[in-house]
Each structure stands twice: as C-alpha cells, then as structure tokens.
Write a protein that binds this ligand. Structure first.
Ligand code: URA
Length: 432
C-alpha cells in the first residue's frame, strides 16, 4: 500500500526495521517527512517506533533520523551575537532546578545561554513551570526577543517555539502513549534534534541515572550519553555529558515556587551543597565548550554578579525577582519515626509525592500549583531525632495529602545512630 506519492511506503519501512535491516538514508528522510505531513498514519509510525525500540538503530541511522527531524522545522542562528553560546540539557530528575541558577551564572561569565525549555510531565518538574511561579514572568518569546535578550543580558530561559523540530513534537506525543519512549535511538534523536536546531555552539548534557531518572542503570545512561555526544559533535556542536546521580533527589525541595527559592539561595552564595556542586560542574563544562577559560563560576556566585544576571533575566521577561513567591494554602509535616541516621531518600518516591500534591501534571493541558511540593529536612547521612520534621508536604488541596503520603511510604529509611552511610558521588562519569 502506498501512502504518499514518494519513493517509499510506510509498510516497506516498517517491515525492513521489523526484520532487523538497516534503513537507508532515503527511507529515513521519507518516513520522517511523510509522518510530519500526515501522509504516514499514527498507527504506522507507532509500529515503526516499536520496531526501532526492539531492534535498535546504527549510529548512521540515528544521525540521519536526527537530521530529518531537524529538517522538519526552522533552525535558529546566533552567529550575530558578540559572545559564544552554550546550553545545558538535563534528561530530567526530581528537585532538578539547576537550569535556574546555571543560566545566569554562565551569562555572568561572558557566555550567552539560549535555554529553550519545556514543561514538566509526570514526576519530573519542568523549568518553565518553576519560573512561572514568579509573579509576572512570561515563558513565550518571539525569536527576535530571544536574540535581543541574549545580546543585551546573555541569558534567556523560555519556551521552545513550535517551529523547532515539529517532527519530534508529533513523534514524542505518539511515543508517550505507545510504550516507545524508552528507545535510546529515539530519545537521543529527540533531544539532539531540538538542541542542534536551537543553534547553540556548545552543549553539556546532564544524563541522570537512578530511581528518579529515565535511565535506571548506569550502562544504559552511558549508552544514551555517548549516542548524544556523537550526534552533537558530528553536527558541529561542542558536546560533552555528565552522568549524574538521581537515586536521591537534588537539594531539599521539589516543586515550583520552593525550587525557585532554593535556586535564589544558590545565587546568593548559599544553598544545598549538592545543588551548588552540580551547578558549578555544569557551568565549567559549558564555559570550556564555549572556549572561556578565564572565568571561575564560583567567584560569580560569591561576588553577586550571577544574582544580578538572574534579576535582569527575570525582569526582562516581565517577572518581579523581588516579589513574594506563592505559598501553598495547606501543609502537612511527616516526622522521623525514630532517632538515628537517614540512610536512604528515594528520588522517585519524592517526585511522585510532589506530583500528587499538584506540583506536576498528568496531562499536558493540566494546570500546576505554584506553591505545591515537598520539602525534606534531612539528606542521606544526616542524623535525625524521633519526632523531628522529616518532610513538609505543601498543596492548595487538603485531599491530596493521602496519596502523597502513600507515595512517600517506603521511600526512606532511618537506621540506628552510628550506621555508616557511604556517600554516593553526584557526578558519576564524564563523556566527551
Ligand atoms: N526528552 C525529550 O525531549 N525527548 C525524549 O525522547 C525523552 C526526553
């Protein structure tokens, strides 16, 4: 059956991948383009996505697939800027607010950061949802506004427009409902098509590993990171990746307004040690990729220049960086069941609790609550005393506490005082 007056048809491409053949360049170009135009049906593309998940793709196929997705839309061009560009992408984790302090910090070091971001789906939060907790802040900017802001301030965090890799938008929504999200060729091409089309000169990938991440084991995370680094490098983007731990959530908060507040603490020179460590590690990767060797990002946190860049960036998008952040109407405290040491805090359990409290959404059209989320008052290795607050749950709807508490159950352990907790390294590996 022919779907389109082109060189191929969908069944031929599906059966080729089903039978473990390598797809040709022309088959890949055709099927991505025909799907974007609606000439290949959703059921055909979902069958092909499942064949790719089961049988994989070679590096050549992945590179071609990525190129075809880039070609489905526009490419941004930052070559008119007077400073080099660098961006960061995280595969998503719980309490992962790093983009918020990172973008102004790197801008304060002289590199422009075009951070085109998304909203959260499921248990991992979205950068735009967090920033929208700031009164007045606007996520949508035109391409001209993005360029202007990068030129004048050096940092922009905004919504990725519909023009970037539209093939990915359609395919990602399909994968979400057909059990085909987890295919490494499809994840790598999805992320990298958007980042290459965005036009950044350098890119650092934060590939999360652990219970709260897409990739639960380090070997698959490394394979994903290597695939993405190769795609970026081949496209002329100086790309590196850090594999970082996501078995424990980052910092002390998961939510929207509460993560903004924690990010501001980091920009003020304080904040939780793990958030500061990862922000500085990623900043150093971005600066190296951009060829800037004479700036120390730790100095920019200490001397207030990263905070100045943050305030300017928030103001430029209509936000008031000094306004009070929204506070949830209801709160519920979970206390330590015994005296001892917190030996485990599971990222997935905390992420699900924050999501159930209203910080995240189940469907992409759902609203999120700015004040909802989870604050934890101890991290693995910390001593705790029976009855002390361990978690504070925040929401506008009291009825949400029950299901949030259920997701926290079994998500942490308190062992007798003196129990050794071996600290897990936050940065597990570097690729590139
Ligand atoms: N993020 C993306 O943008 N795409 C994927 O496929 C997975 C995570």
């Amino acid at each position: 059956m022919t779907n389109d007056a082109g060189a191929h048809d969908a069944v031929e491409v599906i059966t080729a991948k089903r039978d473990r053949h390598e797809l040709s360049d022309s088959q890949i170009d055709w099927v991505v383009d025909a799907y974007t135009r609606g000439a290949v049906a959703d059921e055909q593309m979902s069958s092909l996505a499942m064949a790719i998940l089961l049988n994989g793709m070679t590096r050549r196929e992945i590179a071609r697939w990525t190129g075809a997705m880039i070609a489905s839309g526009e490419r941004m061009d930052f070559s008119s800027l007077s400073r080099p560009t660098a961006d960061k992408h995280s595969t998503g984790g719980v309490g992962d607010k790093i983009t918020l302090p990172l973008a102004p910090l790197v801008a304060a070091c002289g590199v422009a950061v075009p951070q085109l971001s998304g909203r959260g789906l499921g248990h991992t939060g979205g950068t735009l949802d967090k920033l929208e907790a700031i009164p007045g802040w606007r996520a949508s900017l035109s391409n001209a506004e993005i360029l202007d802001q990068l030129d004048s301030l050096g940092a922009v965090i905004c919504a990725a427009g519909d023009g970037l890799a539209p093939a990915d938008k359609k395919l990602y929504a399909l994968r979400d409902v057909t059990g085909t999200v987890e295919a490494i060729p499809l994840i790598a091409s999805s992320i990298m098509s958007k980042k290459i089309a965005e036009g950044t000169g350098a890119l650092v990938l934060d590939v999360k590993v652990g219970s709260g991440a897409f990739m639960k084991d380090v070997d698959r995370a490394r394979e994903l990171a290597e695939t993405m680094v190769a795609l970026g490098t081949d496209a002329g983007v100086r790309t590196t990746a850090l594999l970082t731990d996501m078995s424990t959530p980052l910092g002390l908060t998961a939510g929207n307004a509460i993560e903004v507040a924690e990010s501001v603490e980091v920009l003020a020179g304080g904040g939780p040690a793990d958030v500061v460590e990862l922000t500085l590690a990623l900043a150093r990767e971005m600066l190296a990729g951009a060829g800037v060797t004479d700036a120390d990002p730790a100095d920019k946190l200490a001397d207030g220049s990263a905070m100045d860049a943050w305030k300017a960036m928030i103001r430029a998008q209509g936000g008031d960086p000094d306004a009070e952040l929204p506070v949830a109407r209801e709160s519920h405290v979970v206390v330590a069941p015994s005296t001892g040491v917190l030996t485990r805090l599971d990222a997935m359990a905390v992420g699900l609790a924050a999501w159930r409290l209203g910080a995240g959404r189940a469907r992409k059209e759902d609203p999120v609550q700015a004040g909802a989320g989870v604050v934890w008052h101890a991290r693995p290795g910390d001593a705790v005393t029976e009855g002390q607050p361990l978690f504070t749950l925040l929401t506008d709807d009291e009825h949400r506490f029950e299901r949030a508490l259920a997701s926290l159950e079994g998500g942490y352990d308190v062992a007798p005082a003196g129990t050794e907790v071996t600290p897990q390294p936050l940065v597990i590996d570097r690729i590139g």
